[in-house]
Design a protein around this ligand. Structure first.
Ligand SMILES: Cc1cc2nc3c(=O)[nH]c(=O)nc-3n(C[C@H](O)[C@H](O)[C@H](O)COP(=O)(O)O)c2cc1C
Length: 179
């Protein structure tokens, strides 16, 4: 299985969570490709043809990012708007992503799942789930690293190993729930 990990973090030098996660993914070998999107597109001008060509080679597409204002960093939204075109990603002739898996790997400062009164990550990530549906992709259960403001080094190291195991698994559960 060919896995493409697209990392959307504006400043990896200032990252405690996404940097080791991405580094661990990079160490997995030839079947896993990691791309640091803010480094590739510092001016946010996405090369649509290049992105589409790379996506076509992947069986599983991983979108890795820190949650910013209950959403994705801006470049990920820009990338979606530019790359996921009608006739390519969706529409009657848009089948380029059909059957591929989409895995969201998100980190959050908040303790999602602990505070019952808050919004769940499943809710907040719904636009990405709907996008996967629109592109006839299989939306996998997101890989979440929560409570990053207080996470211990030991718990983070465990999460990094969990990420490697998830990326190496050919059989991940899909998230079927619709609200
Ligand atoms: C601009 C900005 C917005 C953020 N918004 C949220 C948010 O809405 N919810 C949340 O739980 N954490 C939020 N955070 C915290 C980040 O998600 C957290 O610092 C990040 O996941 C840690 O990963 P890193 O060490 O790789 O940067 C925000 C951080 C920044 C800088």
């Amino acid at each position: 299985m060919k896995t493409l990990v697209l990392v959307f973090h504006p400043d990896m030098s200032d990252s405690r969570i996404n940097r080791p996660l991405a580094a661990r993914a990079e160490a997995l070998g030839d079947d896993v490709t990691v791309r640091y999107m803010y480094k590739i597109y510092p001016d946010q001008k996405v090369d649509v043809d290049a992105e589409q060509a790379i996506l076509e080679t992947a069986d599983r597409i991983v979108l890795q990012f820190p949650l910013y204002w209950y959403s994705t960093p801006a470049l990920l939204k820009q990338w979606e708007d530019d790359v996921l075109l009608y006739g390519w990603a969706y529409g009657s002739t848009g089948k380029a992503l059909t059957g591929k898996e989409l895995l969201v790997a998100v980190s959050t400062g908040g303790q999602y799942g602990v505070d019952e009164d808050g919004y769940s990550l499943t809710e907040l990530l719904r636009p990405l789930q709907a996008t996967a549906d629109m592109c006839q992709m299989t939306y996998l259960e997101p890989f979440t690293t929560t409570g990053t403001l207080t996470i211990t080094d030991e718990a983070l190291a465990q999460r990094v190993e969990d990420y490697a195991a998830v990326l190496e698994s050919a059989d991940l559960p899909a998230l079927e729930h619709r609200g």
